[in-house]
Write a protein that binds this ligand. Structure first.
Ligand code: NCD
Ligand code: ZN
Length: 346
């Protein structure tokens, strides 16, 4: 029986660190196990320019524990007014790794996102030219589209047309949640990647809605039917280089989660690696954990995999906190509803 595995240090290709007191509380949770992360730019106001990304990067570095080797990989928030020249300069300077496309109104702090996709055409063409990847929140926002269908409809109505109109554009489908997402990503060739979160490998929509509403399982895109969760598990554990980890760890205070109109987001930074090891073991794919967490992502982004390693050891159920305290209030850690036996030893 395997009870120890050593893998290259993982990276998180989709992470929300927020700002201020929240940033200071959550940054160490990711930096403990991860070497790098793609940092989402949906602050209030959003990170739109190269100068704003540089300033945010400084605030992240200041929030890391002393001696941490963690590297934040910055992104810009695409708006209809994004300046392609500023974007290209920030990319050439190594200041940003990618650009994030939020359809306006799709999720937390997305009001400045894109409503008219024709308006960002010149920016997307510039990105294709300079090789800057576009990370896409793949959901339409039309009120007549059922929330459980928003990803599949987005692929057909928005994503596929954008990709066809912009040859050479490298695209990451962020936090895919459906078998349609898996299928489209796996047929998209080397210019298309897809991240999968930890929580979407664990929960389906019943976990949110059956037997009482569970605000801590509410995130966007919302978890779908069980058949979709199983498709995500097959994709994540397949070894296919298209698929890599983006936790979408998205902290909100409990006060903001437990409201009549509560915030979307699951906070998984604290126990992600233990959960993933458990999931991969359940799928008989522990030997592919490293591909998903540590190899496929850097390969897509044209970066070297980390030289350092982490070791996971199997033993008695791992203890982790139910919540972490932040200067803004408590944040509940994602409950995977199963004991976790794999502890990160470093
Ligand atoms: C994210 C957040 O809180 O910023 N929420 C979420 O449910 N995933 C935004 C996002 O990635 O959609
Ligand atoms: Zn996110």
């Amino acid at each position: 029986m395997t009870d120890t595995i050593t893998i290259r240090t993982p990276d998180d290709w989709h992470l929300h660190l927020r700002d201020g007191a929240m940033l200071r509380a959550v940054a160490p949770e990711t930096a403990r196990h991860f070497a790098r992360a793609i940092i989402m730019p949906n602050l209030v106001p959003p990170v739109v320019t190269g100068a704003e990304a540089a300033a945010y990067r400084e605030r992240i570095m200041a929030a890391l524990p002393e001696g941490s080797g963690f590297t934040p990989l910055m992104t810009l928030y695409l708006t209809e007014d994004t300046d392609p020249t500023d974007l290209a300069q920030a990319h050439a300077d190594g200041l940003i790794t990618a650009v994030k496309l939020y359809p306006a109104g799709a999720t937390t702090n997305s009001a400045s996102g894109v409503a008219n996709f024709d308006k960002v055409r010149p920016v997307l063409e510039k990105m294709a030219e300079i090789g800057c990847p576009l990370c896409v929140h793949c959901e339409v926002v039309d009120s007549d589209i059922d929330i459980f269908d928003r990803e599949a409809v987005f692929i057909e109505r928005v994503l596929d047309p954008i990709r066809r109109a912009t040859p050479g554009l490298r695209v990451v489908m962020e936090h895919i949640t459906t078998m349609q997402g898996v299928e489209y990503a796996s047929e998209g060739g080397p210019e298309l990647g897809a991240t999968i979160t930890t929580h979407h490998l664990v929960i389906n929509r019943n976990h949110i809605l059956a037997g009482g509403i569970k605000p801590h399982y509410y995130c966007l895109p919302v978890a779908k039917r069980e058949e979709h969760r199983l498709a995500l598990r097959r994709a994540a554990t397949s070894g296919d280089p298209t698929f890599f980890l983006g936790t979408d760890s998205a902290p909100h205070t409990d006060a903001n989660k437990l409201l009549p109109c509560g915030c979307a987001g699951c906070f998984t930074a604290t126990n992600t690696m233990s959960i993933l090891a458990e999931v991969f073991e359940q799928e008989g794919a522990l030997d592919r954990l490293e591909s998903f967490t540590s190899l496929n992502g850097p390969k897509f982004y044209g970066l070297a995999a980390n030289e350092s390693t982490i070791t996971l050891i199997k033993g008695d159920p791992v203890a982790y906190p139910d919540l972490i305290e932040t200067g803004d209030g408590s944040v509940t850690v994602f409950d995977p509803m199963m004991p976790l036996h794999w502890k990160v030893a470093r």
